[in-house]
Design a protein around this ligand. Structure first.
Ligand code: ZN
Length: 171
């Protein structure tokens, strides 16, 4: 797999399944095809967890398996491999979703003037809400000041234009 694609795959998998899922993906990339037990051995992750991760990857259409029956024991063995055909599509739809969310955030930030006491985590109030509380923070009681969101707006705009560029939807 090309380096960039592989990096994107790892980021995606980290997002949906955490570090252990990344280890499973790396093992699959290295082995090509492996059973859950082989992956557990390589990654030193419990086999039950490996199985859970594999089915999660399967749900996301990032892994598939071959089922093979052992003629002597009659047991079934599952040989797993990565499936990256749909990766570009998955990445694109996730980016589209993020873009939509960022645009919504930008709209909220630019539509209203907010008031805030300056303490992180305390609520940002609209003018009407601030008026209701007589311009005092409903949590700590400190004076509310007009909230300067220039930096947030700039950052949002930057991320939006980066994403739009990546998605090829902006000149
Ligand atoms: Zn406060």
């Amino acid at each position: 797999m090309p380096k960039k694609r592989s990096k994107e795959l790892l980021e995606l998998v980290r997002d949906i399944g955490g570090e252990e899922a990344v280890e499973v993906i790396k093992a699959l990339e290295k082995k090509g095809e492996a059973t859950d037990e082989e992956i557990a051995e390589i990654t030193e992750i419990r086999v039950n967890t490996v199985r859970k991760i594999l089915y999660m990857l399967y749900d996301h259409q990032l892994a598939e398996f071959r089922r093979i029956r052992d003629k002597e024991t009659g047991w079934y063995y599952y040989y797993w491999h990565l499936e990256t055909k749909r990766l570009p599509e998955i990445l694109r739809s996730r980016k589209m979703k993020e873009l939509k969310k960022l645009k919504q955030m930008l709209e909220e930030e630019t539509q209203e003037i907010y008031y805030h006491c300056g303490i992180p985590g305390h609520p940002k109030l609209t003018f009407d809400e601030a008026l209701e509380y007589e311009f005092q923070c409903p949590i700590c009681g400190q004076m509310l000041h007009q909230y300067d969101n220039t930096k947030i707006v700039e950052e949002l705009k930057k991320r939006i234009s980066e994403l739009e560029k990546e998605l090829g939807i902006k000149a």
